[in-house]
Design a protein around this ligand. Structure first.
Ligand SMILES: Cc1cc2nc3c(=O)[nH]c(=O)nc-3n(C[C@H](O)[C@H](O)[C@H](O)COP(=O)(O)O)c2cc1C
Length: 752
């Protein structure tokens, strides 16, 4: 309800005898306590000048005018005395009408007398007084309304004082009350009604209609519920709504008075209504809020700040300059609406950066490796035909070839880039590196590609065993021509073959980025995984299960994830090449990372979208921010049973190919044991780059990666003498991951 017990409400006193003033002062603590301000003579002179603009001021003319005004009474009794009890201040003031005349005289004729009188009849409601305070004061200063209703339940915090004007003595006071007091310090005659509980369902009727219907609602609150509720009511009553959001001075005008059927907030509120709101989770509310705030159109600094909310800052920034500017714009629009000078509805920006543009800054151009052309099948075929192949190999049937190919294509690849091309020729399956798809900051030395092709080979092996065939293969069979990565061929086995992994397990392999509560890794599962590579002397697996060590690892691995996002080239890879933002995009391209597979909350997906702007990321770098980008993987690792680190004695193409075979074995087995498996690989590939040519990394980034390496070596001593080829996390979850797609076979295979 409206608060009628405001301490800040001034009392207007009219004295008829001078001793009454003295009595009032002494009854309030005497002259030492009560501060008396009497500038009535100055005010009367001002009034005289307003009324006689055509003649220069002279005492000679003023004094007789004053004498006739006072009609023999003491000047102390002229007009009113205003008692500000909370300040113990007694101020002598012109009577209301004369006060208004003088106080609005400098509005003329930007505002005519008639308009001023019309505005005097108007009632404005303002909800949300962090920003609304400045608007309310601007309107009050202009006397842009006869009555202002102020609603806010919140009290002032010290952190509000960068944009909200009040004394440090007022901290913890209600914002609406403070606003009323600031206005009454300027104009004690203005009618103000304060709703200290904020706008709520139980006072909305009073706020909008009691004592006269609002002529304009200015909505400046943060809460989605109130935004919706207030608009519903405004629309129902045909009241225009004005909102100023100070980033880029965004203005929304909704003329429900002129367009009663206008959708709320130009349709940006979707199907929201007060009933629906009650059942919404915080997540769902965010997804409604984002189109309302116009996420993509936010300023770069605002976007960067949003990424930092709950990491390095508590809440989004608002500046006094922007609030003040926005208040000026809102007050002007409020007047125009109330005087029927403006009829438009819509969303507008009064953006200084656009209005006063700076010459474009030279912007760092992202270096990219040039992307090779797609391989030319005719050239590859000609090459293979001139290639000597072992003629005594088993030639697969068409059905077997098809089965083999689909097993191969199911292999994982970094960013789901599927960097391969297949060609069957005289019983051999040749695997080429389709470098057009794999150009990436992470694929230093094609290491990621080779891991993926290693996985393809492992899949071919599993397929072969399932058909009673033995797989033979050579890495890089054509010396000096690394585009041809492998030559696979098969031999029929006379004996019954057994292999620890089946074809159905192979097709069950997938990346699962979901997680549930952490469970210890079962000893039998751990042994199962270690046994898979037990006899393999080259590849070694270290499983880190200690939660403190996992936490330290998470810090290292996510720091590298962040570094990649903030790096110009890494950023370009992720945002321009890798992520498929919609289901449609994922389904049409059938490669890349479908956003749906990333296990992101709405808020995280929004942060990722915001992070898509390179300029925004430059800001995040500048402020040394971006901790938010680490959150998701940190949570995932904390919920995992173990982090696995696969190492090899050296860092060669062959080591990665072999590592890829082992990786695929572990991955397939983990999935069949019911373990979610997610690679967390950025660190290892960035480190490989930093330790070699270091291209596309600046010296700080290189140093950072080397420091992270030393930290990792302290946790996993094996990595001091061995090369890390693959890092992953495993954990138990019932949650089903969205499966990623593969390009059509026709795009991956070379036909004869
Ligand atoms: C070498 C390599 C590195 C990968 N790195 C990551 C990674 O850092 N983070 C991640 O979530 N997935 C990573 N993946 C998983 C791929 O994105 C995934 O395999 C691909 O999207 C295909 O999906 P699927 O595994 O479900 O078939 C990596 C995969 C490979 C083969």
């Amino acid at each position: 309800m409206e608060d009628l017990t405001l301490q800040v409400q001034p009392v207007i006193l009219k004295f008829t005898q001078v001793f009454e003033i003295e009595e009032f002062v002494s009854s309030n603590g005497g002259a030492t306590r009560v501060k008396v301000y009497d500038s009535i003579d100055l005010q009367l002179r001002d009034l005289y000048k307003c009324l006689h603009p055509q003649i220069p001021f002279s005492i000679k003319a003023y004094e007789p005018w004053l004498a006739s005004k006072l009609t023999g009474k003491d000047i102390l009794l002229y007009g009113n005395w205003i008692w500000y009890s909370y300040e113990n201040e007694l101020v002598h003031l012109l009577p209301e009408e004369e006060f208004i005349t003088v106080r609005t005289s400098r509005n003329k004729y930007k505002i005519t007398g008639e308009e001023q009188a019309l505005l005097q009849e108007k009632i404005i409601g303002i909800v949300g007084l962090s920003v609304g305070q400045t608007i309310a004061i601007a309107i009050a200063m202009e006397r842009g309304a006869g009555e202002i209703r102020l609603a806010d339940f919140d009290t002032v915090d010290l952190s509000n004082l960068n944009r909200l004007r009040c004394s440090i003595a007022d901290l913890a006071l209600n914002k609406a009350e403070i606003c009323a007091r600031e206005i009454w310090r300027i104009d004690p005659y203005l009618k103000i009604r304060v709703f200290k509980d904020g706008l709520q369902e139980n006072n909305i009727e009073a706020f909008f209609t009691e004592g006269g219907k609002l002529d304009l609602l200015i909505e400046e609150c943060d809460a989605l519920d109130i935004k919706v509720l207030a608009r519903y009511k405004a629309k129902e009553l045909g009241i225009p709504v004005l909102m100023e959001t100070n980033d880029r001075c965004l203005i929304d005008i909704e003329r429900f008075d002129l367009e009663p059927n206008r959708p709320l907030l130009h349709g940006l509120m979707g199907d929201l209504n007060p009933g629906l709101l009650k059942g919404l989770s915080q997540e769902e509310k965010i997804s409604y809020l984002m189109p309302m705030v116009g996420l993509q159109a936010l300023s770069e600094r605002m976007k960067a700040s949003m990424i930092e909310v709950q990491s390095s800052i508590n809440s989004w920034p608002q500046l006094a300059s922007a609030v003040t500017m926005g208040a000026g714009v809102a007050a002007e629009l409020s007047r125009k609406i109330l005087l029927n000078e403006s009829t438009v509805s819509g969303r507008f920006y009064v953006d200084l950066d656009l209005l006063i543009p700076e010459p474009p800054k030279s912007f760092q151009i992202t270096e990219t490796e040039s992307r090779p052309q797609l391989l030319d099948p005719a050239i590859l075929k000609a090459f293979i035909k001139g290639f000597r192949v072992d003629p005594k190999v088993e030639v697969l049937s068409d059905e077997e070839k098809e089965g083999l190919l689909s097993a191969c294509l199911h292999a994982p690849s970094g960013g789901n880039c599927q960097p391969w091309k297949f060609y069957f020729h005289r019983g051999h399956l040749f695997i080429f590196h389709e470098a057009h798809h794999s150009v990436s900051m992470l694929d230093y030395g094609n290491f990621g590609t080779y891991l993926s092709i290693g996985a393809v080979i492992e899949n071919a092996r599993i397929f072969a065993y399932s058909k009673g065939l033995i797989l033979h293969y050579n890495y890089f069979p054509a010396a000096g021509y690394t585009t041809l990565v492998a030559d696979l061929h098969f031999e029929k086995s006379s004996e019954l073959l057994s292999y620890p992994l089946s074809l159905s397990e192979l097709f069950n392999r997938h990346t699962n980025r979901l997680f549930s509560e952490r469970k210890e890794l079962a000893l039998s599962d751990e042994n199962n995984l270690l046994d898979l590579i037990g006899s393999n002397r080259i590849a070694q697996l270290t499983l880190i299960k200690n939660t403190d060590q996992m936490k330290e690892l998470a810090e290292i691995l996510t720091e590298a994830e962040k570094l990649l996002l903030l790096n110009a080239r890494g950023h370009q890879d992720i945002f321009e090449r890798e992520i498929r933002w919609t289901k449609e995009e994922a389904e049409s391209k059938k490669d890349g990372i479908d956003l749906a597979t990333l296990n992101m909350s709405k808020a995280e997906a929004i942060a990722l979208k915001v992070a898509g702007s390179r300029h925004v990321m430059e800001w995040v770098s500048k402020i040394d921010g971006g901790e938010a980008f680490k959150r998701n993987t940190k949570k995932a690792i904390a919920a995992s049973s173990a982090v696995g680190i696969l190492t090899m004695p050296f860092q060669t193409a062959e080591a990665y190919l072999h590592g890829g075979e082992v990786m695929e074995k572990l991955w397939i087995k983990s999935n069949s044991l019911g373990l979610a498996f997610q690679p967390v690989t950025q660190f290892s590939y960035l480190l490989a780059r930093a330790n070699n040519n270091g291209e596309s990394l600046n010296s700080t980034e290189k140093e950072r990666l080397k420091l992270l390496h030393r930290q990792l070596q302290a946790i996993v001593p094996q990595t001091k003498s061995r090369e890390i080829v693959f890092i992953f996390r495993i954990g138990y979850t019932e949650k089903e991951a969205v499966k990623s797609l593969r390009r059509e076979i026709s795009k991956m295979k070379i036909y004869d």
